[in-house]
Design a protein around this ligand. Structure first.
Ligand code: ZN
Length: 285
């Protein structure tokens, strides 16, 4: 492996209503528009000449085919985030396989390209849903990015690898050389015995830029940074009335007004690419 400090940036393309904050809320049409924040991101990537990976939800590919086409036309990788955004352990293996086939067909019809990567909704891959690994392999996937290598109240697993490895359904947390599927776990900052999530989502929205940069620079010394975000994290919707409890609104929207500026600094301070380009350039089977 030649590690040249190029990192991976991905966007999970989904609406606010797939999140745990808005789950079950009555839909407000103003909050459903993912085009504006997605185009803001696309324009930023174009300006900085970065190609990233978009994990697209099948439902969104159905609703917004032109947006998916534009993402692909601009040279970004389009990968799969499943169809319904249900966590893996709430699906049967058969239901999961149907979601995978449906989403792959939708994406391939729009982009004309084969889908290589998958990210489970809510980082929901764990040893109870390890059967998903074999289904991904059977459908020709090259990589997965669904593991959160730390236990949180909602997701994650204990004692997983820090860096990318070959994953098998026997034990998802150990390297298996015979496996054809690469796993890219989420990146965590380590401080003594503590692990602190920082590389994306709610974590990078809450941590101010200077400490965030420090944590990521620290990760960079040893391994690749696997950074992710969502279009809804850039929606500045504080004025829109929702019936959401105040704490959920706070968690969903804190700092969203300034988040694009933070991402702009981030992509200036670190070198990012897509999963497929990272694999092409760094991993030799
Ligand atoms: Zn998601």
């Amino acid at each position: 492996l030649t590690y040249n400090k190029t990192h991976i940036f991905s966007v999970d393309l989904e609406s606010l209503y797939t999140t745990s904050y808005y789950n079950g809320c009555k839909k407000n049409i103003e909050l459903c528009n993912i085009k504006k924040p997605t185009y803001d991101l696309l324009n930023l990537f174009e300006c900085k000449e970065i190609k990233v990976t978009f994990f697209v939800l099948g439902r969104i590919a159905e609703e917004e085919p032109f947006l998916i086409k534009e993402i692909s036309r601009r040279g970004h990788e389009v990968a799969s985030h499943g169809y319904s955004h249900k966590p893996l352990n709430s699906l049967t293996p058969r239901e999961f396989e149907q979601e995978i086939i449906k989403t792959n067909n939708l994406i391939q019809e729009i982009t004309g390209l084969k889908v290589k990567g998958f990210r489970a909704p809510f980082f929901s891959l764990n040893n109870d849903s390890a059967w998903a690994i074999d289904i991904l392999k059977n459908h020709g996937f090259l990589y997965d990015a669904s593991i959160f290598p730390m236990k949180t109240p909602r997701y994650g697993i204990y004692n997983s690898q820090d860096n990318f490895y070959k994953i098998s359904s026997k034990d998802i947390s150990v390297n298996c050389n015979e496996s054809s599927l690469l796993e890219f776990p989420h990146s965590l900052f380590k401080f003594g015995n503590f692990k602190i999530p920082c590389a994306g989502g709610i974590y990078s929205r809450f941590i101010p830029y200077m400490p965030l940069k420090h944590m990521l620079k620290n990760i960079e010394k040893e391994r690749v940074i696997n950074f992710y975000t969502h279009p809804w994290e850039f929606e500045n919707i504080h004025n829109i009335k929702t019936k959401l409890p105040a704490y959920k609104k706070f968690l969903a929207h804190y700092n969203s007004k300034n988040h694009l500026k933070k991402i702009e600094k981030l992509v200036a301070d670190f070198t990012f690419t897509s999963f497929e380009k990272f694999i092409d350039e760094n991993i030799f089977f």
